[in-house]
Design a protein around this ligand. Structure first.
Ligand code: NZQ
Ligand code: ZN
Length: 386
């Protein structure tokens, strides 16, 4: 196991009817900017629950943060933060609203001229404007981590940011919120969380036995609850398992002491930036090709995953590893998620070259757990995913 330090300061308030507890978490005398997305919270009762819980504090609202939170929209919110002397941010939404809020938390205290530099220059935020979240969509883990991904449509870019000052102070996780989530987004959430675990697990053996078991148990839980959640999102028990699995998949715990890959996400983000494909779906497109291309380097963990998660007992290590990739792809397809780029766009020719060029321009010359995934390899993997 590698050496590590671990600190996660986010307070989790989990369970049925917990949104009302919001009123205990916002500091007295705060001036709150209540941030949300395209309006789903106004149809499913969450807006009302949040508004009731905020009745004793001064609140300004900002709705309309789109999926894949857009820089230009967030800049409008930043203006409000400055003009209205906001002191506390509250994100009510999925990963997009929470990530947008993290950007605002960082941008509110940033003293440079162009907040986009926070992303392009990888400026780490040590202390942002304080914020909390009410999660409405289990998927990203953003409710308990300090990372964010922001999109800029005008340049077709989607870049990551973060820093120790960008953990939510609290996150409220009421699994009942999944009742109103469309099937497509539920499938996305399962796929995203599943791939978060894979990114931190599918590397090489490092004798971190507990981390392996944590990762495998999250994968097994997601596989077990996926059909139940899709069949009946009003069923509280699988909803609770689903929600907590998504948070645990990316709150930093399973990444401690082990190598991480994350190349699937870096390639996937480009597919969203170029084609607008849902985040989770881009991961399902990249995963099979990435694991096939890097088969030799990853086969020990692939075979372990095949044995322990998919109960593959027959054949050599190579056989088990290969079967594990096939099982993973079949799982995504069972969720209704297509796994080829050509399933999403007819204009896929040239994509691999474009992504490879972007990585070269950004100096991303060695991604992955061995830092040896060069842009020419990225090009081959993306081509395999056509
Ligand atoms: O905008 P509203 O009206 O809220 O509708 C949303 C949106 O259309 C809807 N939705 C959310 N909760 C709902 C609901 N509809 C009905 N009932 C509810 N309870 O679902 C749609 C998608 O929402 P979004 O927030 O975009 O989804 P998700 O949580 O999957 O977030 C995706 C974003 O997170 C980033 C992705 O790149 C993408 O931009 N990620 C963030 C990460 C992080 N911060 O750690 C890690 C991830 O790998 C990921 O990259
Ligand atoms: Zn993800």
């Amino acid at each position: 196991m590698n050496n590590f330090e671990f600190k996660n300061p986010t307070k989790i308030i989990f369970g049925k009817d917990t949104i009302k507890k919001l009123e205990n978490e916002i500091p007295e005398n705060a001036k709150v900017l209540f941030l949300y997305g395209g309006g789903s919270i106004k149809k499913n009762g969450i807006y009302e629950q949040v508004s009731n819980a905020l009745s004793n504090v001064e609140v300004v609202e900002f709705g309309g943060i789109p999926a894949n939170p857009e820089y230009d929209v967030l800049m409008d919110a930043l203006k409000i933060i400055k003009e209205q002397h906001i002191t506390y941010l509250l994100a009510v939404g999925g990963g997009s609203v929470i990530d947008g809020t993290k950007f605002l938390s960082a941008a509110a205290v940033y003293d440079g001229d162009t907040p986009w530099d926070i992303l392009t220059k990888n400026i780490r935020t040590q202390k942002g404007m304080p914020f909390g979240t009410v999660l409405t969509l289990p998927a990203t883990g953003s409710e308990m981590n300090s990372g964010a991904v922001i999109t800029r449509a005008s340049t077709k870019e989607k870049l990551t940011m973060g820093g120790p000052g960008l953990f939510p102070e609290f996150s409220i996780l009421d699994p009942q919120v999944i009742r109103s989530i469309p099937e497509r987004q539920l499938a996305n959430g399962i796929t995203d969380a599943f791939t978060h675990v894979l990114e931190q697990y599918m590397t090489y053996p490092i004798e971190a036995t507990l981390q392996d078991r944590f990762a495998e148990s999250i994968l097994q839980t997601l596989i077990e609850v996926a059909p139940k959640v899709l069949k009946d999102p009003t069923d509280y028990k699988p909803a609770a398992d689903f929600m907590w699995s998504c948070t645990m998949a990316l709150n930093g715990l399973i990444q401690k002491g082990v190598p991480g890959d994350w190349a699937v996400h870096m390639m996937g983000h480009e597919l969203t930036a170029l084609f607008g494909i849902d985040h989770a779906r881009t991961l399902a497109i990249v995963v099979p090709s990435h694991y096939k291309y890097n088969f030799e380097a990853k086969k020990a963990k692939l075979a372990q995953y095949g044995e322990r998660v998919w109960n593959i007992t027959e054949g050599s290590q190579d056989d088990k590893a290969y079967a594990a990739i096939e099982k993973t792809e079949a799982f995504f397809k069972q969720l209704g998620i297509a796994t080829k780029l050509s399933d999403y766009t007819e204009k896929y020719e040239g994509t691999a070259e474009e992504i490879s060029k972007r990585f070269t321009d950004r100096g991303w010359n060695g991604l992955g757990e061995h830092q040896d995934l060069s842009p020419d390899k990225v090009e081959k993997i993306v081509k395999m995913a056509y």
